[in-house]
Design a protein around this ligand. Structure first.
Ligand code: F6R
Length: 366
């Protein structure tokens, strides 16, 4: 059932173009100029009158939530908080019937996320679930929601569920923004059109697999990695670092690139691999200067850049060139090479990629 792939994780990484297509099916029309997430329309009164959204999740799903915050705030102009479910549920949080809680969970069974949902529901909040496993506990506990429809995820390290979650969050933000009239028609069309084209671009990214496998051999020596990104790429940096630590057992930290100078840059020396998401979007110039700061301390920079970038290729030690997309969809492209990097480093180190030590696929105990 691995269909010729050596591990479920690699199979699931490669399934992503098809998964994203399935996730969008029936939600984005064929012409790529309209998107409708039916749960958003069915419950639009609740969602439109919300004073605030709170996203609760754990692990990789929490990283998707950070991207969701950025999407919903910029398209819908609603304040969004992103909480670790385990922290939220034990804090006696301030929450009432004016809040909408979005619970994100691949398995739909994560104990802390489920408890956060129950708590928020008991305080009168409206609960929207974004899950993968059909009929699991979290979708049953929520008022409504949207499945990500990416199929069963077997590898313990979450891959296709993350990109599916980000895709649903994008469609949610777009559908709601249109109802709220907080997005202009031209921008709406542009984002929907680009989103529709993401599966094809992901296929291009997957062609980098051999190159990334080669690159990974260089880094099996490392005991530490730093991942940097800004804006939409900051959660991607966190996610890249989590993937690496959970399957290769290399310590890795993700940071917002500009935070480096407030402490972590002290860690950088000629031994330190620093993965920087440096695609040509909004904060490109800022990220470029962050790379220069790392190079000045002799860090080994692995940069994710937009195809045809001639500036960063001159200063970074290694470049991974990716197809161009718009800023808010960049995570759907930049996450994929980081999944492959983590996978190949772990394989080179001889680790059991699908069953990493100490981890279970669904965390039903707290
Ligand atoms: C990381 C990973 C975990 C899960 C987390 C939440 O690769 O898989 O961090 O994301 O345990 O799980 P779900 O999404 O099932 O609630």
């Amino acid at each position: 059932e691995k269909e010729g792939y050596p591990h479920f994780m690699l199979k699931e990484i490669f399934e992503q173009p098809g998964c994203i297509h399935d996730c969008m099916r029936g939600r984005i029309n064929i012409d790529g100029n309209s998107v409708v997430l039916s749960a958003v329309i069915d419950y639009k009164e609740k969602l439109l009158k919300a004073k605030r959204f709170i996203i609760v999740a754990c692990g990789t799903s929490w990283h998707a939530g950070l991207i969701g915050k950025h999407l919903i705030e910029s398209f819908c102009r609603i304040p969004v908080e992103v909480e670790y479910a385990s922290e939220f549920r034990y804090r006696d949080p301030v929450i009432d019937e004016n809040d909408v809680v979005i619970a994100i969970s691949q398995s739909g069974e994560t104990a802390d996320t489920l408890a956060a949902v129950e708590l928020a529901k008991s305080r009168g909040a409206f609960i929207y679930g974004i899950c993968n496993a059909i009929g699991s506990s979290i979708p049953r506990a929520t008022h409504t929601g949207s499945y990500i429809h990416v199929g069963p995820e077997i590898g313990v390290a979450s891959t296709k569920a993350f990109t599916g979650q980000v895709t649903v969050l994008t469609m949610l933000a777009l559908t709601l923004a249109r109802e709220k009239r907080t997005i202009g028609e031209a921008q709406f069309l542009k984002v929907v059109h680009e989103l529709n084209g993401i599966p094809e671009k992901m296929k291009q990214v997957l062609k980098l697999n051999d190159k990334i496998a080669e690159l990974s051999k260089i880094f099996t020596y490392a005991h530490n990695f730093i991942y940097l990104g800004r804006g939409y790429s900051y959660p991607v940096a966190l996610e890249g670092a989590l993937k690496l630590k959970e399957i290769s057992y290399i310590h890795a930290e993700g940071y917002p690139a500009a935070e480096m100078k407030h402490g972590p840059i002290a860690l950088v020396d000629a031994e330190m691999p620093v993965v920087v998401i440096a695609t040509q979007n909004g904060l490109y110039e800022k990220v470029l200067s962050n790379i220069q700061e790392i190079k000045a301390r002799k860090g080994r920079v692995i940069a994710l850049v937009t195809e045809g970038d001639t500036v960063i290729s001159k200063i970074a030690d290694y470049c991974i060139e990716l197809p161009q997309t718009i800023e808010c969809l960049d995570p759907l492209i930049t996450t994929v090479p980081l999944q492959m990097l983590a996978y190949h480093v772990a394989v080179c180190k001889g680790m059991d990629v699908d069953q990493p030590r100490n981890l279970a696929k669904s965390v039903t105990v707290e």
